[in-house]
Design a protein around this ligand. Structure first.
Ligand code: NAD
Length: 480
Protein backbone atom coordinates (compact mmCIF):
# COMPACT_ATOMS: atom_id res chain seq x y z
CA UNK A 1 0.00 0.00 0.00
CA UNK A 2 1.39 3.37 -1.03
CA UNK A 3 0.90 6.10 1.56
CA UNK A 4 0.93 9.65 0.31
CA UNK A 5 1.87 12.53 2.64
CA UNK A 6 1.42 16.27 2.55
CA UNK A 7 4.41 18.47 1.70
CA UNK A 8 4.43 21.42 4.08
CA UNK A 9 7.35 23.64 5.03
CA UNK A 10 9.79 21.39 3.21
CA UNK A 11 8.70 18.25 5.09
CA UNK A 12 6.56 15.26 4.17
CA UNK A 13 3.94 15.22 6.92
CA UNK A 14 0.81 13.41 8.05
CA UNK A 15 -2.50 15.31 7.94
CA UNK A 16 -3.40 16.98 11.28
CA UNK A 17 -6.55 14.86 11.59
CA UNK A 18 -4.61 11.62 11.06
CA UNK A 19 -7.34 10.63 8.57
CA UNK A 20 -6.72 9.19 5.12
CA UNK A 21 -8.72 8.67 1.94
CA UNK A 22 -8.47 5.61 -0.29
CA UNK A 23 -6.52 5.86 -3.53
CA UNK A 24 -7.94 3.61 -6.25
CA UNK A 25 -6.21 2.11 -9.27
CA UNK A 26 -9.01 2.50 -11.84
CA UNK A 27 -7.67 -0.14 -14.22
CA UNK A 28 -8.02 -2.87 -11.61
CA UNK A 29 -10.90 -1.26 -9.72
CA UNK A 30 -9.35 -1.57 -6.28
CA UNK A 31 -7.63 0.47 -3.60
CA UNK A 32 -3.84 0.52 -3.82
CA UNK A 33 -2.91 3.28 -1.43
CA UNK A 34 -4.03 6.22 0.68
CA UNK A 35 -3.80 9.98 0.67
CA UNK A 36 -4.26 12.55 3.43
CA UNK A 37 -7.82 13.63 4.15
CA UNK A 38 -6.53 17.10 5.01
CA UNK A 39 -8.61 20.00 6.29
CA UNK A 40 -8.42 23.74 6.87
CA UNK A 41 -5.88 23.19 9.67
CA UNK A 42 -3.40 21.71 7.19
CA UNK A 43 -4.11 24.52 4.74
CA UNK A 44 -3.46 27.04 7.51
CA UNK A 45 -0.03 25.48 8.18
CA UNK A 46 0.74 25.46 4.47
CA UNK A 47 -0.21 29.12 4.04
CA UNK A 48 1.86 30.10 7.06
CA UNK A 49 4.91 28.31 5.71
CA UNK A 50 4.37 29.87 2.26
CA UNK A 51 4.18 33.31 3.88
CA UNK A 52 7.35 32.67 5.86
CA UNK A 53 9.22 31.57 2.72
CA UNK A 54 7.98 34.49 0.62
CA UNK A 55 10.58 37.15 1.55
CA UNK A 56 13.47 34.84 0.64
CA UNK A 57 11.98 33.39 -2.56
CA UNK A 58 10.48 36.59 -3.96
CA UNK A 59 13.76 38.49 -3.66
CA UNK A 60 16.09 35.69 -4.74
CA UNK A 61 18.12 36.60 -7.88
CA UNK A 62 16.22 35.35 -10.93
CA UNK A 63 19.03 33.11 -12.10
CA UNK A 64 19.22 31.38 -8.73
CA UNK A 65 15.46 30.84 -8.62
CA UNK A 66 15.60 29.50 -12.16
CA UNK A 67 18.42 27.10 -11.34
CA UNK A 68 16.33 25.38 -8.63
CA UNK A 69 13.38 25.02 -11.03
CA UNK A 70 15.68 23.67 -13.73
CA UNK A 71 17.08 21.16 -11.27
CA UNK A 72 13.53 19.94 -10.60
CA UNK A 73 12.99 19.59 -14.38
CA UNK A 74 16.15 17.50 -14.64
CA UNK A 75 14.97 15.23 -11.83
CA UNK A 76 11.60 14.73 -13.57
CA UNK A 77 13.52 13.61 -16.66
CA UNK A 78 15.74 11.33 -14.56
CA UNK A 79 12.65 9.69 -13.01
CA UNK A 80 10.51 9.81 -16.16
CA UNK A 81 9.84 6.06 -16.28
CA UNK A 82 8.87 5.89 -12.63
CA UNK A 83 6.63 8.94 -12.90
CA UNK A 84 4.97 7.65 -16.08
CA UNK A 85 4.18 4.34 -14.42
CA UNK A 86 2.81 6.12 -11.34
CA UNK A 87 0.63 8.36 -13.54
CA UNK A 88 -0.74 5.43 -15.49
CA UNK A 89 -1.54 3.42 -12.36
CA UNK A 90 -3.16 6.39 -10.61
CA UNK A 91 -5.16 7.75 -13.53
CA UNK A 92 -5.85 4.77 -15.79
CA UNK A 93 -4.24 6.26 -18.91
CA UNK A 94 -2.01 4.13 -21.16
CA UNK A 95 1.55 4.00 -19.86
CA UNK A 96 2.76 4.85 -23.34
CA UNK A 97 0.78 8.11 -23.28
CA UNK A 98 2.10 9.04 -19.84
CA UNK A 99 5.64 8.31 -21.05
CA UNK A 100 5.37 10.27 -24.29
CA UNK A 101 3.05 13.13 -23.33
CA UNK A 102 2.36 13.73 -19.63
CA UNK A 103 5.78 13.44 -18.06
CA UNK A 104 7.86 15.09 -20.83
CA UNK A 105 5.40 17.98 -20.71
CA UNK A 106 5.79 18.27 -16.92
CA UNK A 107 9.53 18.84 -17.19
CA UNK A 108 8.98 21.11 -20.22
CA UNK A 109 6.64 23.26 -18.13
CA UNK A 110 9.27 23.65 -15.41
CA UNK A 111 12.01 24.51 -17.92
CA UNK A 112 9.86 26.87 -19.94
CA UNK A 113 8.93 29.05 -16.96
CA UNK A 114 12.30 28.77 -15.21
CA UNK A 115 13.96 30.33 -18.25
CA UNK A 116 11.07 32.66 -19.18
CA UNK A 117 11.32 34.47 -15.86
CA UNK A 118 14.86 35.56 -16.76
CA UNK A 119 13.58 37.25 -19.93
CA UNK A 120 10.66 39.10 -18.43
CA UNK A 121 10.72 42.88 -18.74
CA UNK A 122 8.44 45.76 -17.85
CA UNK A 123 7.55 48.97 -19.63
CA UNK A 124 8.29 52.65 -19.32
CA UNK A 125 6.33 55.54 -20.82
CA UNK A 126 7.89 58.93 -21.43
CA UNK A 127 5.71 62.07 -21.29
CA UNK A 128 7.86 64.39 -23.41
CA UNK A 129 9.58 67.01 -21.26
CA UNK A 130 7.25 66.31 -18.35
CA UNK A 131 7.67 62.93 -16.72
CA UNK A 132 8.77 59.34 -17.03
CA UNK A 133 6.54 56.48 -15.97
CA UNK A 134 8.02 53.13 -15.26
CA UNK A 135 6.11 49.99 -14.37
CA UNK A 136 7.32 47.37 -11.96
CA UNK A 137 6.02 43.83 -11.75
CA UNK A 138 6.30 42.12 -8.40
CA UNK A 139 5.11 38.66 -7.35
CA UNK A 140 1.57 38.72 -6.01
CA UNK A 141 2.29 36.83 -2.78
CA UNK A 142 1.05 33.39 -1.83
CA UNK A 143 -0.72 31.73 -4.78
CA UNK A 144 -3.23 28.88 -4.61
CA UNK A 145 -3.00 26.33 -7.45
CA UNK A 146 -5.74 23.71 -7.82
CA UNK A 147 -5.56 21.09 -10.56
CA UNK A 148 -7.73 18.26 -11.97
CA UNK A 149 -7.28 14.53 -12.52
CA UNK A 150 -7.10 14.14 -16.28
CA UNK A 151 -3.49 15.23 -16.88
CA UNK A 152 -2.28 15.19 -13.29
CA UNK A 153 1.42 16.17 -13.25
CA UNK A 154 1.17 17.95 -16.62
CA UNK A 155 -1.46 20.43 -15.36
CA UNK A 156 -0.09 20.63 -11.81
CA UNK A 157 3.28 21.85 -13.12
CA UNK A 158 1.57 24.06 -15.73
CA UNK A 159 0.34 26.17 -12.79
CA UNK A 160 3.03 25.97 -10.18
CA UNK A 161 5.92 26.53 -12.61
CA UNK A 162 4.85 30.09 -13.61
CA UNK A 163 3.81 30.86 -10.02
CA UNK A 164 7.19 29.85 -8.61
CA UNK A 165 9.11 31.40 -11.51
CA UNK A 166 7.30 34.71 -10.93
CA UNK A 167 8.50 34.66 -7.31
CA UNK A 168 5.29 33.59 -5.61
CA UNK A 169 5.22 30.95 -2.96
CA UNK A 170 2.51 28.37 -3.48
CA UNK A 171 -0.09 26.24 -1.74
CA UNK A 172 -1.16 23.60 -4.24
CA UNK A 173 -3.79 20.89 -4.32
CA UNK A 174 -3.80 18.08 -6.88
CA UNK A 175 -6.99 16.12 -7.49
CA UNK A 176 -7.85 13.61 -4.77
CA UNK A 177 -8.38 11.07 -7.57
CA UNK A 178 -4.81 11.33 -8.87
CA UNK A 179 -2.48 12.52 -6.10
CA UNK A 180 0.49 10.21 -6.69
CA UNK A 181 2.72 12.12 -9.10
CA UNK A 182 2.32 15.36 -7.12
CA UNK A 183 3.56 13.40 -4.09
CA UNK A 184 6.55 12.07 -6.03
CA UNK A 185 7.12 15.62 -7.28
CA UNK A 186 7.32 16.89 -3.68
CA UNK A 187 10.18 14.44 -3.08
CA UNK A 188 11.97 15.81 -6.15
CA UNK A 189 11.55 19.37 -4.82
CA UNK A 190 13.26 18.36 -1.59
CA UNK A 191 16.07 16.67 -3.52
CA UNK A 192 16.52 19.71 -5.79
CA UNK A 193 16.93 21.98 -2.78
CA UNK A 194 13.76 24.03 -3.15
CA UNK A 195 13.75 26.11 0.04
CA UNK A 196 11.25 24.99 2.69
CA UNK A 197 7.79 26.53 2.37
CA UNK A 198 8.21 27.78 -1.21
CA UNK A 199 5.87 25.06 -2.47
CA UNK A 200 3.38 23.32 -0.20
CA UNK A 201 1.17 20.49 -1.40
CA UNK A 202 -1.95 19.71 0.61
CA UNK A 203 -3.83 16.57 -0.42
CA UNK A 204 -7.52 15.93 0.11
CA UNK A 205 -11.03 16.72 -1.00
CA UNK A 206 -12.01 19.73 -3.08
CA UNK A 207 -14.76 20.99 -0.83
CA UNK A 208 -12.45 20.83 2.22
CA UNK A 209 -8.87 21.53 1.12
CA UNK A 210 -9.64 23.34 -2.14
CA UNK A 211 -12.29 25.50 -0.54
CA UNK A 212 -9.96 26.35 2.40
CA UNK A 213 -7.23 27.47 -0.02
CA UNK A 214 -9.66 29.63 -2.01
CA UNK A 215 -11.19 31.17 1.15
CA UNK A 216 -7.89 31.82 2.95
CA UNK A 217 -7.41 35.59 3.36
CA UNK A 218 -3.63 35.35 2.86
CA UNK A 219 -3.82 33.58 -0.49
CA UNK A 220 -3.81 36.42 -3.03
CA UNK A 221 -4.43 34.62 -6.31
CA UNK A 222 -6.14 31.39 -7.36
CA UNK A 223 -5.20 29.47 -10.47
CA UNK A 224 -7.76 26.72 -11.02
CA UNK A 225 -8.28 24.08 -13.68
CA UNK A 226 -11.34 21.85 -13.44
CA UNK A 227 -15.05 21.70 -14.04
CA UNK A 228 -17.24 24.72 -14.79
CA UNK A 229 -19.51 24.06 -11.79
CA UNK A 230 -16.52 24.03 -9.43
CA UNK A 231 -15.23 27.17 -11.14
CA UNK A 232 -18.47 28.95 -10.28
CA UNK A 233 -18.17 27.97 -6.60
CA UNK A 234 -14.57 29.19 -6.54
CA UNK A 235 -15.48 32.48 -8.21
CA UNK A 236 -18.32 33.00 -5.71
CA UNK A 237 -15.89 32.61 -2.81
CA UNK A 238 -12.96 34.52 -4.27
CA UNK A 239 -14.68 37.45 -6.01
CA UNK A 240 -15.92 39.25 -2.85
CA UNK A 241 -12.39 38.89 -1.45
CA UNK A 242 -11.05 40.60 -4.62
CA UNK A 243 -8.64 37.78 -5.36
CA UNK A 244 -7.04 37.48 -8.74
CA UNK A 245 -8.56 34.48 -10.53
CA UNK A 246 -7.51 32.31 -13.45
CA UNK A 247 -10.15 29.71 -14.30
CA UNK A 248 -9.57 27.00 -16.91
CA UNK A 249 -12.85 25.14 -17.16
CA UNK A 250 -14.75 22.64 -19.28
CA UNK A 251 -15.23 22.32 -23.02
CA UNK A 252 -17.52 20.82 -25.66
CA UNK A 253 -15.33 21.43 -28.63
CA UNK A 254 -16.40 21.32 -32.28
CA UNK A 255 -14.27 19.44 -34.80
CA UNK A 256 -15.29 20.87 -38.19
CA UNK A 257 -14.54 18.85 -41.31
CA UNK A 258 -15.05 20.42 -44.72
CA UNK A 259 -15.33 18.21 -47.80
CA UNK A 260 -12.09 19.61 -49.25
CA UNK A 261 -9.98 18.47 -46.27
CA UNK A 262 -7.01 16.14 -46.44
CA UNK A 263 -9.22 13.15 -45.67
CA UNK A 264 -6.55 10.83 -44.33
CA UNK A 265 -5.12 13.43 -41.97
CA UNK A 266 -8.55 14.56 -40.86
CA UNK A 267 -9.66 11.03 -39.97
CA UNK A 268 -6.40 10.01 -38.29
CA UNK A 269 -6.19 13.15 -36.18
CA UNK A 270 -9.90 13.08 -35.37
CA UNK A 271 -9.48 9.61 -33.89
CA UNK A 272 -6.82 11.11 -31.60
CA UNK A 273 -8.78 14.25 -30.81
CA UNK A 274 -11.80 12.11 -29.91
CA UNK A 275 -10.28 9.31 -27.88
CA UNK A 276 -6.81 10.28 -26.58
CA UNK A 277 -6.59 9.81 -22.82
CA UNK A 278 -10.02 8.06 -23.05
CA UNK A 279 -11.53 11.36 -24.21
CA UNK A 280 -10.64 12.85 -20.84
CA UNK A 281 -8.94 15.96 -22.22
CA UNK A 282 -10.68 19.31 -22.04
CA UNK A 283 -9.54 19.94 -25.64
CA UNK A 284 -11.01 16.77 -27.15
CA UNK A 285 -13.26 17.44 -30.14
CA UNK A 286 -16.41 15.74 -28.92
CA UNK A 287 -18.77 17.24 -31.54
CA UNK A 288 -17.68 16.27 -35.05
CA UNK A 289 -19.37 18.35 -37.76
CA UNK A 290 -18.90 17.03 -41.30
CA UNK A 291 -19.89 18.70 -44.59
CA UNK A 292 -22.76 16.67 -46.02
CA UNK A 293 -21.04 15.57 -49.23
CA UNK A 294 -18.31 13.90 -47.17
CA UNK A 295 -20.53 12.78 -44.30
CA UNK A 296 -21.17 9.15 -45.23
CA UNK A 297 -17.58 8.44 -46.26
CA UNK A 298 -16.22 10.08 -43.10
CA UNK A 299 -18.62 8.27 -40.75
CA UNK A 300 -17.84 4.86 -42.29
CA UNK A 301 -14.08 5.34 -42.10
CA UNK A 302 -14.19 6.89 -38.64
CA UNK A 303 -16.32 4.08 -37.22
CA UNK A 304 -14.14 1.39 -38.81
CA UNK A 305 -11.01 2.88 -37.26
CA UNK A 306 -12.70 3.41 -33.90
CA UNK A 307 -13.59 -0.28 -33.80
CA UNK A 308 -9.90 -1.12 -34.25
CA UNK A 309 -8.77 0.85 -31.18
CA UNK A 310 -7.46 -1.42 -28.45
CA UNK A 311 -9.04 -0.79 -25.06
CA UNK A 312 -7.28 -2.60 -22.25
CA UNK A 313 -4.59 -2.86 -19.62
CA UNK A 314 -2.92 0.56 -19.52
CA UNK A 315 0.46 -1.06 -18.94
CA UNK A 316 0.39 -2.96 -22.26
CA UNK A 317 2.32 -1.30 -25.04
CA UNK A 318 -0.39 -1.51 -27.72
CA UNK A 319 -3.26 -0.21 -25.57
CA UNK A 320 -4.83 2.95 -27.04
CA UNK A 321 -7.51 3.57 -24.40
CA UNK A 322 -7.04 2.72 -20.74
CA UNK A 323 -9.51 2.94 -17.87
CA UNK A 324 -11.68 5.91 -16.95
CA UNK A 325 -10.50 7.63 -13.81
CA UNK A 326 -13.15 6.32 -11.39
CA UNK A 327 -16.28 4.21 -11.14
CA UNK A 328 -18.30 7.38 -10.56
CA UNK A 329 -16.96 8.98 -13.70
CA UNK A 330 -17.49 5.79 -15.73
CA UNK A 331 -21.13 5.74 -14.59
CA UNK A 332 -21.51 9.40 -15.56
CA UNK A 333 -20.18 8.65 -19.06
CA UNK A 334 -22.46 5.61 -19.41
CA UNK A 335 -25.44 7.70 -18.27
CA UNK A 336 -24.75 10.16 -21.10
CA UNK A 337 -24.75 7.28 -23.60
CA UNK A 338 -28.19 6.29 -22.26
CA UNK A 339 -29.32 9.91 -22.54
CA UNK A 340 -28.12 10.03 -26.15
CA UNK A 341 -30.29 6.98 -26.94
CA UNK A 342 -33.31 8.63 -25.31
CA UNK A 343 -32.63 11.74 -27.35
CA UNK A 344 -32.83 9.70 -30.55
CA UNK A 345 -29.15 9.01 -31.09
CA UNK A 346 -27.98 5.91 -32.93
CA UNK A 347 -24.91 4.20 -31.46
CA UNK A 348 -22.68 3.13 -34.36
CA UNK A 349 -20.02 1.55 -32.17
CA UNK A 350 -19.14 1.18 -28.51
CA UNK A 351 -21.88 2.39 -26.20
CA UNK A 352 -21.07 0.17 -23.28
CA UNK A 353 -18.68 -0.82 -20.50
CA UNK A 354 -15.98 -3.28 -21.49
CA UNK A 355 -14.69 -6.12 -19.37
CA UNK A 356 -10.99 -6.63 -19.89
CA UNK A 357 -9.65 -10.09 -19.13
CA UNK A 358 -6.98 -10.80 -16.52
CA UNK A 359 -5.87 -8.40 -13.80
CA UNK A 360 -8.05 -5.56 -15.18
CA UNK A 361 -11.33 -7.54 -15.05
CA UNK A 362 -12.86 -5.09 -12.55
CA UNK A 363 -11.47 -1.92 -14.17
CA UNK A 364 -13.53 1.02 -15.36
CA UNK A 365 -13.32 0.64 -19.15
CA UNK A 366 -15.75 2.09 -21.67
CA UNK A 367 -15.65 1.28 -25.39
CA UNK A 368 -14.98 4.25 -27.68
CA UNK A 369 -18.42 5.34 -28.74
CA UNK A 370 -19.70 7.04 -31.90
CA UNK A 371 -23.22 8.46 -31.97
CA UNK A 372 -25.13 9.91 -34.94
CA UNK A 373 -28.64 11.20 -35.54
CA UNK A 374 -28.71 13.79 -32.78
CA UNK A 375 -29.97 17.34 -32.86
CA UNK A 376 -27.31 20.05 -32.30
CA UNK A 377 -29.19 21.42 -29.32
CA UNK A 378 -29.89 18.22 -27.35
CA UNK A 379 -28.20 17.76 -23.98
CA UNK A 380 -25.76 15.18 -25.37
CA UNK A 381 -24.46 17.87 -27.74
CA UNK A 382 -24.55 20.68 -25.21
CA UNK A 383 -23.05 19.15 -22.04
CA UNK A 384 -19.48 18.03 -21.41
CA UNK A 385 -19.23 14.23 -21.17
CA UNK A 386 -15.44 14.04 -20.76
CA UNK A 387 -15.13 10.43 -21.89
CA UNK A 388 -14.62 8.34 -25.05
CA UNK A 389 -17.88 9.49 -26.64
CA UNK A 390 -18.30 11.58 -29.79
CA UNK A 391 -21.26 12.63 -31.87
CA UNK A 392 -21.12 13.20 -35.65
CA UNK A 393 -23.52 15.56 -37.41
CA UNK A 394 -23.74 16.74 -41.05
CA UNK A 395 -23.82 20.39 -42.13
CA UNK A 396 -24.54 22.14 -45.45
CA UNK A 397 -22.90 25.55 -45.37
CA UNK A 398 -20.17 27.58 -43.72
CA UNK A 399 -22.66 29.83 -41.92
CA UNK A 400 -24.59 26.87 -40.65
CA UNK A 401 -21.53 25.15 -39.18
CA UNK A 402 -20.31 28.36 -37.52
CA UNK A 403 -23.74 28.62 -35.89
CA UNK A 404 -23.52 25.01 -34.70
CA UNK A 405 -19.98 25.47 -33.40
CA UNK A 406 -21.04 28.50 -31.39
CA UNK A 407 -24.33 27.02 -30.21
CA UNK A 408 -22.81 25.95 -26.94
CA UNK A 409 -22.20 27.53 -23.53
CA UNK A 410 -18.54 26.51 -23.78
CA UNK A 411 -15.79 28.11 -25.86
CA UNK A 412 -12.51 26.35 -25.19
CA UNK A 413 -11.15 25.05 -28.49
CA UNK A 414 -12.17 24.18 -32.05
CA UNK A 415 -10.56 22.29 -34.91
CA UNK A 416 -11.08 23.09 -38.60
CA UNK A 417 -10.18 20.76 -41.48
CA UNK A 418 -10.02 22.31 -44.96
CA UNK A 419 -7.45 22.84 -47.70
CA UNK A 420 -9.00 26.25 -48.42
CA UNK A 421 -6.96 28.54 -46.21
CA UNK A 422 -9.10 31.62 -46.86
CA UNK A 423 -12.06 29.74 -45.52
CA UNK A 424 -10.04 28.35 -42.62
CA UNK A 425 -9.13 31.88 -41.46
CA UNK A 426 -12.67 33.16 -42.06
CA UNK A 427 -14.22 30.41 -39.97
CA UNK A 428 -11.53 30.60 -37.28
CA UNK A 429 -12.28 34.29 -36.74
CA UNK A 430 -15.99 33.66 -36.25
CA UNK A 431 -15.73 30.82 -33.77
CA UNK A 432 -16.01 31.91 -30.17
CA UNK A 433 -13.27 29.73 -28.71
CA UNK A 434 -9.95 30.61 -27.13
CA UNK A 435 -7.92 28.07 -29.13
CA UNK A 436 -8.39 27.16 -32.81
CA UNK A 437 -6.45 24.45 -34.58
CA UNK A 438 -6.44 24.40 -38.39
CA UNK A 439 -5.54 21.03 -39.92
CA UNK A 440 -4.05 19.82 -36.64
CA UNK A 441 -4.98 19.21 -33.02
CA UNK A 442 -3.20 19.73 -29.72
CA UNK A 443 -0.17 21.20 -31.42
CA UNK A 444 1.09 23.29 -28.53
CA UNK A 445 3.62 26.10 -28.38
CA UNK A 446 3.95 26.98 -24.71
CA UNK A 447 4.39 30.68 -25.59
CA UNK A 448 0.82 30.99 -26.88
CA UNK A 449 -2.17 32.03 -24.75
CA UNK A 450 -4.14 29.05 -23.52
CA UNK A 451 -7.72 29.17 -22.25
CA UNK A 452 -11.36 29.48 -23.09
CA UNK A 453 -14.20 31.93 -23.64
CA UNK A 454 -17.72 31.87 -22.20
CA UNK A 455 -18.19 29.08 -19.63
CA UNK A 456 -14.79 27.60 -20.48
CA UNK A 457 -13.05 30.06 -18.25
CA UNK A 458 -11.64 33.41 -17.33
CA UNK A 459 -8.09 34.48 -18.16
CA UNK A 460 -5.37 32.70 -20.06
CA UNK A 461 -2.44 30.50 -19.14
CA UNK A 462 0.72 29.99 -21.19
CA UNK A 463 3.52 32.31 -22.22
CA UNK A 464 3.70 35.72 -20.56
CA UNK A 465 0.03 35.53 -19.58
CA UNK A 466 0.67 33.03 -16.80
CA UNK A 467 3.80 34.79 -15.57
CA UNK A 468 2.08 38.16 -15.41
CA UNK A 469 -0.97 36.60 -13.73
CA UNK A 470 1.19 35.79 -10.74
CA UNK A 471 2.52 39.35 -10.54
CA UNK A 472 1.08 42.72 -9.63
CA UNK A 473 2.00 45.78 -11.69
CA UNK A 474 2.78 49.18 -10.21
CA UNK A 475 3.30 52.39 -12.13
CA UNK A 476 5.76 54.98 -10.82
CA UNK A 477 5.49 58.46 -12.33
CA UNK A 478 8.58 60.68 -11.97
CA UNK A 479 8.20 64.37 -12.81
CA UNK A 480 11.17 65.69 -14.73
P1 NAD B 1 -13.27 19.28 -10.58
O1 NAD B 1 -13.78 20.66 -10.77
O2 NAD B 1 -14.17 18.28 -9.96
O3 NAD B 1 -11.95 19.28 -9.68
C1 NAD B 1 -10.81 20.02 -10.02
C2 NAD B 1 -10.02 20.31 -8.76
O4 NAD B 1 -10.78 21.19 -7.95
C3 NAD B 1 -9.74 19.09 -7.90
O5 NAD B 1 -8.47 19.21 -7.33
C4 NAD B 1 -10.82 19.17 -6.85
O6 NAD B 1 -10.48 18.52 -5.66
C5 NAD B 1 -10.92 20.67 -6.64
N1 NAD B 1 -12.19 21.14 -6.09
C6 NAD B 1 -13.40 20.54 -6.12
N2 NAD B 1 -14.32 21.30 -5.48
C7 NAD B 1 -13.67 22.40 -5.04
C8 NAD B 1 -14.08 23.57 -4.33
N3 NAD B 1 -15.34 23.75 -3.92
N4 NAD B 1 -13.16 24.51 -4.07
C9 NAD B 1 -11.89 24.37 -4.49
N5 NAD B 1 -11.44 23.29 -5.15
C10 NAD B 1 -12.32 22.31 -5.43
O7 NAD B 1 -12.77 18.83 -12.01
P2 NAD B 1 -12.21 17.41 -12.40
O8 NAD B 1 -13.38 16.48 -12.46
O9 NAD B 1 -11.02 17.08 -11.55
O10 NAD B 1 -11.64 17.68 -13.87
C11 NAD B 1 -12.42 17.58 -15.00
C12 NAD B 1 -12.83 18.94 -15.49
O11 NAD B 1 -11.68 19.76 -15.68
C13 NAD B 1 -13.52 18.89 -16.83
O12 NAD B 1 -14.63 19.76 -16.82
C14 NAD B 1 -12.46 19.42 -17.79
O13 NAD B 1 -12.96 20.00 -18.96
C15 NAD B 1 -11.77 20.41 -16.94
N6 NAD B 1 -10.43 20.69 -17.45
C16 NAD B 1 -10.20 21.90 -18.03
C17 NAD B 1 -8.95 22.19 -18.56
C18 NAD B 1 -8.65 23.52 -19.18
O14 NAD B 1 -7.48 23.82 -19.36
N7 NAD B 1 -9.64 24.34 -19.51
C19 NAD B 1 -7.93 21.22 -18.50
C20 NAD B 1 -8.22 19.99 -17.92
C21 NAD B 1 -9.47 19.73 -17.39
Amino acid sequence: MEKILNYINGQLVEPTSGKYLENVNPAIGSVYGSLPDSDSGDVQKAVQSAQAAYPLWSTMPLSKRASVLLAIADLIDRDADLLALAESVDQGKPLKLARTVDIPRASANMRFYATASMHMSSESHVMEGEAINYTTRTPIGVAGCISPWNLPLYLFTWKIAPALAAGCTVVAKPSELTPMTAFLFSKLCIEAGLPAGVLNIVHGLGNKVGQAIVAHPNVSAISFTGGTVTGKTIAATAAPMFKKLSLELGGKNPNIIFADCDFEQAVTTSINSSFSNQGEICLCGSRILVERSLYEKFVNEFVNRTKELIVGDPLEENTRLGALVSELHMNKVLSYIELAKQEGGQILCGGKRITVSGRCAKGYFVAPTVIVGLDQYCRTNQEEIFGPVVTIMPFDSEDEVIGYANSNAYGLSATIWTENLKRAHRVAHQIKSGIIWINCWLLRDLRTPFGGMKQSGVGREGGWEALTFFTESKNVCVKL
